[in-house]
Design a protein around this ligand. Sequence first.
Ligand code: RIB
Ligand code: CA
Length: 344
Amino acid sequence: MTLPVFVDVDTGVDDAMALMYLFASSDADVVGIASTAGNVPVEQVCANNLGLLELCGLDIPVSKGAEQPITAPLRTAEDTHGPEGMGYAQLPATDRELTAHDAADAWIRAAHAHPGELVAIAVGPLTNLALALRREPALPKLLRRLVIMGGAFDYRGNTTPVAEWNISVDPEAAAEVFAGWGAAWGLEPPRHLPIVLGLNLTENIAMTPALLSRLATAAESSTTPMSVLDDRGTRSNASNPLIAVLEDAMRFYFEFHFDQNEGYLAHLHDPLAAAVVLDPDLVTCRPTTVDVELTGTLTRGMTIADWSNRWGREPNALIGVDVDPKAFFDRFIARVGAFAKKLG
Ligand code: RIB
Ligand code: CA
């Protein structure tokens, strides 16, 4: 069965790989892409999304989101994703244009066009999802499934000691989404709660040079296995254009993780969300109530899961707590490899 899919990204390297996974999936029909400021400014996110569509030969509406988070000043992460958000990769020029409506309206239009059927991922700051929820409070009832990549549950942060990037950039938006999603249902069943994949789960999904070589082989592309000993910024010589872009993007991401003392690897946070939105059985989840610290001097942006129901509130999220990385990578390599081969 093909699912209509809406994607909200702050394209960055792993966002791009999440998009490629969905483009490569025959059970996904990507009906819209919302560009959210985060890893890089929103104009650059838009350019990356349009450039990826040019690279993949696809026509999907791309909408521009807010320039800034709801209240916080924008922070970006060029140190992690590269000056333009795609590592060392260069995307092709394109004359593709953005929609006239903004990203929040794109969420609402997609939900109304596919009522009860639309599945969605939000893998950047939740700014535009929160704005969409303000404009259309019934949005949760219109979606079949929502997967959020964000937060860190009983786990350290990657932006502050306790906060994960997507939540940390716009904590107010995240708090509104977690509060609004549960409230939309009141107490009537079924409550379609968002699946929330935090760093505690997504950091189990580690791309390595060996796995990247497997992907090139699946695409029948030439490649040179990467190594931490390579000169920084060495460009891919892969024969396949999509593999070459992925290798150049990943090398920057490998180098960043290495410099963070995490090894010459890269956590594929957003591609896991893309795989889960098509097949939730890939992860084990536990229902709980989630909220976001907004005023803590040291803890602003921290996500808290009330596992013991101390707050006495209805659950508003399904927290991912277990995943089989091999199952994910087998599927990722099979799908993206075959897709790249067709483009070669
Ligand atoms: O913390 C990881 C998340 O922040 C990922 O979505 C990455 O792309 C960045 O947006
Ligand atoms: Ca992201």
